[in-house]
Design a binder for this molecule. Sequence first.
Ligand code: COA
Length: 340
Amino acid sequence: MATPPPSPSPRRARIAGAGHHLPDRVVTNADLGPLLDTTDAWIRRRTGIERRHFVDGTEGTADLAHKASLRALDDAGIGPDQIDLIIFATLSPDVFFPGSGVLLGALLGIPGTPALDVRNQCTGFLYGLQCADGMLRAGLYERILLVGAEVHSTGLDFSREGRDIAVLFGDGAGAVVLEAAEDGSGVLRTILGADGRHAEALWCQAPSSRQFPLRITRDDLDHKRHFPAMQGRMVFKHAVVAMRDAVRAVAAAEGVALDEVDLFIPHQANLRISELVQRELGVPPERFFNNIARTGNTTAATLPIAIDECRRSGRLKAGDLLCTVAFGSGFTWGSSLIRI
Ligand code: COA
């Protein structure tokens, strides 16, 4: 009896190229010390961060994204005109509106290409990834440029009052070119979650369109409502549990054992969070990637920056199984299994 040909793998979003860009200006913990009444030792011990990159006035969020995107397109071996859709994840858009996706489209010189902005903070890349994967599976598009980019440094309180948050964040951008593939590679599954009951545990209150009659006032500035505010310990505890459970859930849904995963890339919020998640999952530290010491928390840019670093350094190779996981303001969280 003739053996039937193997059934084709399902259509999925495959990472065809990746790129990232960090601004040139490096700011060390020692640089922040005099401004924030903090020390290098405190920041390293509590967060694992040693330095981060900040813009210098020459680049905005879309500019960072543009540079990362050009690298990702080059890596994929295609031009901007071969992109069918831009998905742009950021919590620090260039302006209140329009979204940074359209600005990126203009910088790339692809007028007419649709652009979707995603506002899911540190989980933004995974929300964008699930959207892109679903659209590619449905056959709506062939290639999607998914970008995460942030300029935090122009929105932080660099005084003693703001030191709990100001030490954590860095600027940067990462991008991936996703293309429809039927060779078994690509996004196996992404799971997402959100719980808006905790929105105020990590948020930026102003400007606020629900504030009447003006969305930003002198009083907002005097009370620093235009800076992010965070209940650090509460965020920390929720992050560990949500990230651990998200990894377990995506692995269980896909029938994958954690020791089959070649590399875990967790969102880089705090090295202590990542270490606790790694220990609770029982995964050896060498399979848990961290770059927070060099970058700080770059929010939606974190995962694509890390994916690009791992691809270029050889830590991620064709055929590897990657698990990404994130948690952030909202609260939002998610995890994804990707066959490279
Ligand atoms: N330098 C020196 N001291 C600092 C400081 C800093 N940068 N930030 C806070 N402190 C001080 C506080 O003033 C407080 O002093 P006090 O006891 O005299 O009042 C003390 O440290 C403890 O403050 P607390 O906020 O309870 O610290 P913590 O142990 O929770 O650590 C974080 C603070 C921000 C490092 C920690 O809460 C954290 O990482 N949370 C999660 C943050 C996160 O990941 N956010 C993004 C999620 S995507």
